[in-house]
Every structure is written in C-alpha cells, then in structure tokens.
Design a protein around this ligand. Structure first.
Ligand code: C5P
Length: 372
C-alpha cells in the first residue's frame, strides 16, 4: 500500500519519526510531502526516514490513502486543495490534528472516507498534561488501515478472548502458559478495521493494545474471571472468537501467604491439588441464543481429527486449528499456519501467514456468515 504522508509544521512534528516507523513496519510505502515551506527545513530527514523523495504539494504522487500528521486547523489552502482533490478521486484521508484542534472522540463513522484521529493527551511527570498529540503511532497506523478497509462488520458486536490466563497458587506463584496474545489482538484489530464494536477480554499480554475508539479492552487474570467477563457481555455480540489460551486447571486453593518449603505439612516431594476451570467456549456453545462462535485449537498431533471433534463437542460454527509443533506456527511467533474447519465439515487450510493476515482470513469468514 502507498501512503501519502502530508507532514505539517508545529510541535507535533517530534512524533512523526515514530509514526513513519510504524507505517513502514507494515511494509507500506510512505511518500512524504511537506504541508508548509516552514516544514521544509527537515526535508532530508523525512526523505531518509521514508526511503522516498519528498514530493510537492501541487503534484502529489498517486497513493491509496492520504495521512495528514500533524494536521493544522484550519488547513493551509494548498493542503485543503489537495484533500478535496483526493477525496473527489475516492482516496480516503486520515487526519491527526494538533493540540489546537478540538478532540472528536467516538467510533469510526460507518463507511467514512475521511476520518479524524483523536489526539491523546500525554501525561507529564510531576502532573499536568503535555500538548495534545498523536493517539500513538500504532493507533494512527490502525486508523490508516481501517480507512482502506471495507466496513463489512459496521456496528456489529464482536467479542474476542486473548492471551493466557493466570491461576494463582499463592501471592508469588502461579500457573500459566506461553501465549503472548498476539493472535487474539490481531483478530480484535481485524474486526475493528471492518467497523465492528470490539470487546477484547484478555489475560496478561506481551503485546500492547492500541487505544482506539470502538475497541474496549477488558483485562482479567484467571479463567474464572474471563468466564464471568465474557458471560456478562455476550448478549450484545453478533460473534465471539475465543482465542485465549485458557488454563485447563487451577490450584484447588489459593494460599493467602507464600507457601514455605519448610512449613509443617509440606512434603519433601509435594503435590498441588488442581481443579478444572470453566470451559468458556463450551458454555457459550450451550447458550440457547448464542452468537456466531469461533474456537481455536492448538494441537500437537492428528490436528484435523482432534479439531473436528472439538468443533462438534463445543458447539462452534468455525474452529481454527494449528499445529503448535510446526516451525512458525503457534506461541510467541509472528506467523501462524491455520486450518479453518466449519460446522458443515468443510476444511480450509490457510498458508503460513502473518497473524494479522491470518486474522483477516478468519474475519472474512465471520463477515460472510453475518452478512444479511
Ligand atoms: O479444549 P481446548 O482448550 O483445546 O479448546 C480450545 C478452545 O476452547 C479455544 O478456543 C479456547 O479459547 C477455548 N477454551 C475456553 N475455556 C477453557 C478452555 C478452552 O474458552 N477453559
């Protein structure tokens, strides 16, 4: 994708390098243009950060989306002319206003070709708030991706569970697993880009959730907390995608104090009594009025047979199976090779993809199923 980046002058410029880095991490071509002559003093810097020559306002290169950051209000006349020209040509425009612009919170307007990113306030050490600036480079990059995505889930409630759960043994020890939460976050962002109202119920994550209007993050710790948080919110959902690596067992009791190895009654070779945790997916599958349900299955052998059995047993509509022993698939890597199994018995193997691209394929199926 080609992003035309119209770089404004002013205090917000300091955050532009990290924004360029976030755009380029997505392997987008970033084509810089300077909105005023005052911004030209850094032309060489922008050119090298974008690995592209700085273009001219009156002859902008062709691009799939235009991004104005920082965006002065009102726009300089030459930028306003460029924006109206691009909009007339059907190119979406995303603007990131500076501090002087009024913040406009709220979800993404359905089907909008132009979208203003709400600037976030930066809290200062010692109190106070710095000039309003970017909502954060990842949030802006997501807004750019959303601007070129068909909003085929507009207004639909999609709940995603992500990450591991943590089951406490005592105040310092716990049982958990290696899930980073990247696959679940990728699913939530894919749904958000399509205009869904997303609820992300997650255990402790190794990835950051960008602050986006219309994406509600609900942090939890244990399987029991995740179960409760999901059930409380399920009535509003058109679909639920359960990607969390929920602990299957939790200690039967959580000790109030750290368990001392020298304490009376602690054997030389102690055992930890466990109980089963609630199966959230199976609980949703058994609801009388359940949303469209997508489950995940991390398997190590006989992947399709185990996954098909799980789909039937848990009452899912789709089950995404992956072989976690395969290189590049599963925990703590950026890629995944998923096979999508459906209730009708159809089996769709996806190639090895980034977790974001794999999430888009899964959301294609969800959107198709929810289409009127
Ligand atoms: O049974 P297994 O854990 O392999 O099933 C995996 C699927 O079930 C995943 O979608 C996972 O999020 C969900 N699950 C759940 N609650 C549990 C265990 C698994 O929702 N207690």
């Amino acid at each position: 994708m080609r992003v035309l980046l119209v770089i404004g002058a002013g205090p917000g410029q300091g955050a532009v390098p990290s924004l360029i880095a976030a755009l380029r991490r997505r392997e987008w071509a970033v084509l810089p243009i300077l909105s005023t002559p005052a911004a030209a003093s850094c032309a060489d810097l922008w050119s090298s950060l974008c690995a592209a020559p700085v273009g001219f306002l009156d002859a902008p290169p062709a691009a799939d989306v235009a991004l104005l950051a920082p965006c002065a209000v009102p726009l300089p006349p030459a930028v306003a002319a460029l924006v109206s020209h691009r909009r007339a040509a059907g190119v979406p425009v995303v603007s990131v206003p500076t501090a002087s612009a009024p913040a406009r919170p709220g979800p993404r307007p359905a089907g909008a070709a132009a979208w203003e990113v709400v600037p976030a306030a930066l809290p200062l050490l010692g109190g106070g708030v710095a000039p309003l600036w970017l909502a954060g480079p990842e949030a802006v990059a997501e807004a750019v991706a959303a601007a070129v995505t068909r909003p085929d889930l507009a207004g639909k409630g999609i709940l995603v569970t992500a990450g591991p759960t943590v089951e406490d043994i005592d105040p310092v020890r716990f049982l958990s697993n290696r899930s980073s939460g990247l696959m679940g976050l990728s699913l939530a962002l894919s749904a958000w880009r399509r205009g869904a109202a997303v609820t992300l119920v997650h255990g402790p994550l190794q990835v950051a959730v960008p602050a986006l209007p219309g994406l509600e993050a609900v942090p939890v710790r244990s399987a029991a907390q995740m179960h409760q948080a999901v059930l409380e919110r399920i009535a509003a959902q058109a679909a639920a995608i359960l990607c969390a690596a929920v602990a299957d067992f939790a200690p039967r009791q959580v000790a109030a104090q750290k368990i001392k190895k020298t304490a009376a009654g602690v054997a030389e070779d102690p055992t930890l009594p466990l109980r089963r945790t609630p199966d959230i997916l199976a609980a949703l599958g058994a609801l009388p009025r359940r949303p469209f349900l997508v489950g995940f299955a991390a398997e190590t052998d006989h992947v399709e047979a185990h996954a098909l059995d799980k789909l039937r047993r848990k009452g899912c509509d789709l089950l995404c199976a992956n072989d976690v022993t395969e290189p590049g698939s599963g925990f703590a890597v950026a890629t995944n090779r998923i096979t999508i199994l459906a209730r009708d018995g159809s089996i769709t193997p996806l190639p090895l993809l980034s977790k974001s691209a794999a999430a888009d394929c899964i959301l294609d199926r969800v959107a198709a199923a929810l289409a009127p």
